[in-house]
Design a binder for this molecule. Structure first.
Ligand code: FES
Length: 156
């Protein structure tokens, strides 16, 4: 682990109160700080929380939200939960894959974008929904998707 990553993980561990059920908040905090949860954080978390490495790894792999590799410069998250599915989320995700040149769960080879299916962004009444970086968008048609993507740098 690079000392920079290790020190950032250690900083996150030191900042958070040690309490029951601390693993998920810590994983969120690490991903927020680093953009992902590096595999090398697993032994640090295990030691800090007195858990086995397998327990920590199991939680990370159970929740699709956590990435083990750094994301692209932009992150596009397409909701695939029920309400969005009923309003064309599958077609929207297929469109996103084609336009971005990037399969779901992948980062494009040039590192410009990561495409992630997610399960509910809280915009169910205005589906289909997606999130691009920190910005949520509702009622997204393929045409609207193209407009949103055109505003991002380095994606074409
Ligand atoms: S189901 Fe897509 S935002 Fe809730």
């Amino acid at each position: 682990m690079s000392s920079s990553i290790e020190s950032q993980v250690r900083e996150v561990l030191a900042e958070q109160p040690l309490q029951e059920g601390a693993l998920l908040p810590l994983l969120h905090a690490i991903q927020e700080r680093l953009g992902h949860v590096p595999p090398a954080a697993v032994p640090l978390l295990a030691e800090h929380l007195n858990l086995s490495r397998a327990e920590v790894h199991g939680v990370i792999s159970y929740y699709h939200f956590f990435r083990s590799t750094p994301p692209g410069r932009h992150v596009v998250q397409v909701c695939r939960a029920e309400a969005c599915q009923s309003r064309g989320a599958d077609a929207l995700l297929a469109h996103a894959e084609q336009v971005l040149g990037c399969a779901a769960h992948q980062t494009r080879a040039d590192g410009a974008v990561t495409l992630e299916p997610v399960y509910c962004l809280g915009l169910c009444a205005s589906s289909p929904a997606l999130q691009i970086d920190d910005q949520m968008h509702a009622r997204v048609t393929p045409q609207r998707f193209d407009q949103l993507i055109a505003k991002l740098e380095g994606l074409r």
